[in-house]
Ligand binder design. Structure first.
Ligand SMILES: *Cc1c(COP(=O)(O)O)cnc(C)c1O
Length: 372
């Protein structure tokens, strides 16, 4: 692999294929696979990722917001796209761009039906979301009759699926709670379907759900983080391959004496003769200030260099006193070996937050694009 010569996020499509196939191997052959590609496919590139997954015959995509779905349609993605968290202001656009809304309360249900009718739609696919304990979005089980009567009162929409979301599928301490969620969802779907003359799909599991609750795969699963190479346990992590590697270079090396300071607010002071390296990546690229002041680190020539002082908008400074390196040398922030999940822990956060934060300013580089 040629060494990085500037800040770059390398995205490895053979790792994406690997993760997709690994997660699929957990499923019954009839269970459909929805790939969650919200937030630029977890900070990578939603268009390139979606196109690759289309070649692998993924069944469905999901995004959070309408504009994310529009970007995929603009790029020519043809697979159905579920919009998990749409707002009524976008319902006409959703219909015009063949996006499929999650309807999570009566306000959005009523409004979507109104727009679908005025757009002369017939059987427009919608997805009904139920709350089974996350208490974030979704109808309650007590709303079933209301939803059914609304659905049966119009020809404009058809329920493609019923779904809910697990609150703690990765947490073995919450197995009892998760099992109650699964049971609640199962009985909601049973009651709902008994009052409808067709049978929508049911889906509940995210990545950790797929791995920890094989009995709850239902008709489809919704995987995000696993596709991008992270599970929620060491065991899963060993089976998955991070698709993204964040690399940079040393712009400049400084030699400083005891008492000299580094960066804004003089937040770091040298304890003796020290060497520092300045790296062209900062909080505007997604390395938040919480990684500064000795919390986070990068790797230079396989050695850990702690981030010292405050993270700047466009730069970090790292301590390289004990590292043999030169200006222009490659810097690894995370890759398949030194994982984003480990770096995230240094700032008391999780892989999801670190990888989705990598901003659009960081150049993307695509590896093994054609390999499916
Ligand atoms: C983001 C999201 C997912 C994907 O979860 P992962 O843990 O990344 O697999 C699935 N379902 C819903 C409703 C989500 O918001």
């Amino acid at each position: 692999m040629p060494k990085a010569t500037e800040t770059v996020l390398e995205i490895d499509f053979s790792a994406l294929s690997h993760n997709f196939n690994y997660l699929k191997s957990k499923l019954d052959s009839k269970t459909k696979f929805l790939a969650v590609v919200k937030a630029f496919a977890y900070g990578s590139d939603s268009i390139a990722v979606a196109k690759h997954l289309e070649q692998l015959q993924v069944d469905y995509f999901a995004v959070a917001y309408t504009n994310e779905g529009i970007a995929l349609r603009d790029a020519g993605v043809k697979t159905p796209i579920l919009v998990l968290h749409p707002q009524p202001v976008n319902f006409k656009t959703i219909i015009n761009r063949c996006l499929e809304p999650s309807l999570y309360n009566s306000k959005v249900l009523n409004e979507f039906v109104r727009v679908a009718e005025s757009e002369m739609q017939n059987n427009y696919p919608v997805h009904i979301k139920f709350n089974t304990g996350l208490n974030r979005l979704g109808f309650w089980d007590s709303n079933i009759d209301y939803v059914i009567s609304k659905i049966n009162s119009t020809k404009s929409v058809r329920v493609k699926s019923l779904f809910s979301h697990l609150a703690a599928s990765e947490d073995i301490k919450e197995v009892d709670f998760t099992k109650r969620q699964i049971k609640a969802f199962d009985s909601i779907a049973l009651e709902f379907n008994s009052k409808l003359d067709y049978r929508p799909w049911r889906h509940l599991c995210n990545t950790s759900g797929v791995i920890n609750y094989p009995e709850a795969h239902f008709d489809m699963v919704r995987c995000g983080i696993g596709l991008f190479g992270f599970g929620n346990s060491e065991e899963e992590d060993n089976q998955l391959k991070p698709i993204a590697a964040l690399k940079s270079v040393i712009s400049q090396i400084h030699c400083i004496e005891e008492g000299e300071s580094v960066g804004y607010n003089r937040a770091y002071k040298a304890r003796g003769f020290e060497k520092t390296a300045t790296i062209p990546i900062g909080h505007a690229d997604g390395i938040g200030r919480s990684y500064g002041n000795g919390n986070g680190y990068v790797f230079i020539n396989n050695k850990k260099a702690p981030i010292i002082g405050n993270v700047c908008m466009d730069m970090i400074m790292v301590n390289i006193t004990d590292i043999d390196c030169s200006e222009g040398d490659e810097v690894i922030i995370f890759d398949g070996t030194t994982k984003a999940s480990q770096l995230a822990e240094t700032a008391s956060t999780i892989s999801y937050e670190l990888i989705t934060a990598i901003s659009q300013r960081v150049k993307r580089k695509y590896l093994n694009v054609s390999e499916c």
